[in-house]
Design a protein around this ligand. Structure first.
Ligand SMILES: [Zn+2]
Length: 527
């Protein structure tokens, strides 16, 4: 036992109310009281084990008075442990909680003897061995002459489940974790607002390309970005725009390969009403929409020859002419062209205009493929992890060493985009708070999901993949199906460090399904 001055408890209570709010404080104190009551019940059974039921029970209220919490006067006591019947009414005077609460917060409209109430519920429940809950039906803090509580078994209260919910392990930690997660999410969303935030890497080849980009940003020069598919050309173009004096003006990106040939000119240069079938109203092209900003033409090597001629004219005159229009419009656009094909070879083959190539190739920047900058992979992967954590509102515990090692060994034919896809997949497949491992990054049909636990609670072979290795392993160890299930459940619970929700997620079960299986497992262990 520890004697604590009421003033100390009172200031703790005040601080709790001010930091976590009245309702959370009420439940914290209810549970603290409940735990204290439970302990005193054990004591009561020991000290008066020969006494009658009421004398034995009265130890609780007496201890409560001795402890200086409140003065208790029993008004009614009915108990029939065989029939699980209980009804008790107690009068409370001089509750320490009333005194401290009213001093700090003034008169109340709702009862405030939370810890005392929790004590009564915990004591009586533990004394009889089934849930008995109290309500404070009158409280001095609300102007009543004294406090009064009534206790009944949980099932005898019409709102018993709601009362019991106050004693359930609290969501407060979960709520704090939720809030923490939201803060992290917002923080990482803000961080990506940085101009170079998306250009992650320190390797020599990569920083050389970024340096060129930074130098171009201060000028109006047309930039030609080259590099394999997926190296991040649009990221470079966006960064260039963000660093330039046009940053607060539009950035428009067009993928020339994605537009059908017959639409490409109207998309780029706009069309007047009736210029062609389907042009029911006049509309501006991408050049006009990017006016005073930056226009990125991606996969420019795929632009048809006719559109190439028009593009060249726009670059020479600074004017666009909508299809079907009679007068040109002035546009002020910073052009960034990008290609993953060798434009010089396309010129030699007659598929790309030589004069346009010279016009675009003033300031080429080659973005290196990921396999030429393996030292950047870890930093990139971690950057993307934070991004996808934010996007999916989920926190994981980084990568395992095994995963980082595998990422550095991969040849990356799809470059940064491939890495991005794998990391996103990893974030989605990894349990909350768990580290991303190789299995979540690299889909391997024979190892990722050969076995699932079906609706009937049995292991089933998944549609894809070969389960022979699993079968051999089960046979080698002489496990039955039930034992295998037990082993899997134990392993999941251990890995989740006892967090049943996480263990359930890892097994593809709901939390109640896992609890049901755990109970069955324990019964089997007993038998
Ligand atoms: Zn009260």
């Amino acid at each position: 036992m520890l004697l604590v001055h009421v003033a100390a408890l009172g200031s703790l209570r005040r601080e709790l109310v001010q930091t976590i709010g009245r309702d959370a404080t009420r439940r914290v104190l209810l549970r603290a009281g409940f735990a204290a009551g439970e302990r005193d019940a054990t004591l009561a059974r020991q000290v008066r084990s020969e006494a009658g039921l009421f004398e034995m029970f009265a130890v609780g209220p007496q201890l409560h008075m001795l402890e200086g919490a409140v003065q208790v006067t029993p008004e009614h006591f009915e108990a029939d442990p065989q029939r699980r019947h209980y009804f008790g009414v107690y009068r409370w005077d001089h509750s320490w909680e009333v005194a401290t609460h009213v001093r700090d917060f003034g008169p109340q409209s709702e009862p405030v003897c939370w810890m005392l109430l929790g004590y009564a519920s915990g004591y009586t429940s533990a004394f009889f061995g089934w849930p008995i809950l109290y309500k404070e039906v009158a409280c001095e803090a609300c102007g009543a002459p004294c406090c009064r509580i009534e206790g009944r078994p949980q099932h005898a209260w019409p709102d018993g489940d709601a009362l019991a919910a106050d004693y359930a392990a609290d969501s407060l930690i979960v709520r704090l974790e939720d809030l923490q997660q939201q803060v992290e999410t917002l923080r990482s969303t803000l961080e990506t607002g940085d101009e170079l935030g998306e250009l992650v890497g320190r390797s020599r080849t990569f920083t050389a390309a970024v340096d060129l980009l930074c130098k171009a940003a201060a000028t109006q020069v047309t930039v030609l970005l080259t590099g394999e598919t997926g190296v991040g050309k649009e990221r470079f173009a966006r960064a260039l725009h963000a660093m330039s004096a046009r940053a607060d003006k539009p950035f428009v990106a067009v993928n020339c390969a994605a537009l059908p040939g017959e639409l490409i000119e109207s998309e780029l240069f706009g069309a007047e009403r009736g210029a062609f079938t389907g042009a029911s109203s006049s509309r501006p092209g991408r050049f006009e929409r990017a006016d005073s900003g930056t226009l990125m033409l991606d996969e420019i090597g795929d632009l048809p020859l006719l559109a190439q001629a028009k593009l060249l004219r726009v670059l020479q005159t600074g004017e666009v002419e909508r299809l079907g229009a009679t007068t040109p419009r002035k546009v002020d656009v910073r052009l960034v062209a990008a290609t993953n094909v060798d434009l010089e070879a396309a010129v030699e083959a007659g598929r790309f205009r030589r004069d346009l190539f010279y016009r675009l190739n003033v300031y080429p920047i080659r973005i290196p493929p990921l396999r030429e900058r393996t030292e950047d992979i870890v930093a990139l992967a971690e950057h993307m992890l934070r991004k996808f954590e934010a996007l999916h509102g989920k926190r994981v515990a980084g990568f395992t060493d095994r995963a980082l090692d595998a990422l550095q060994r991969h040849p990356w034919p799809g470059n940064v985009r491939e890495l991005e896809n794998l990391v996103e997949r990893g974030v989605i497949l990894t349990g909350v708070g768990q580290p991303v491992d190789v299995e979540q990054l690299f889909p391997r049909l024979d190892a990722v999901a050969p076995v699932v636990i079906g609706a009937n609670g049995r292991l089933e072979q998944a549609a894809c993949g070969d389960a022979s290795w699993l079968f051999d392993e089960v046979k080698r160890r002489g496990l039955g199906l039930d034992a295998l299930e037990d082993v899997l459940i134990q392993e999941a619970v251990n890995r989740a460090k006892g967090n049943l929700s996480a263990a359930a997620r890892a097994l593809g079960l709901s939390r109640p399904q896992l609890s049901y299986r755990l109970n069955r497992l324990r019964e089997r262990a007993k038998a």
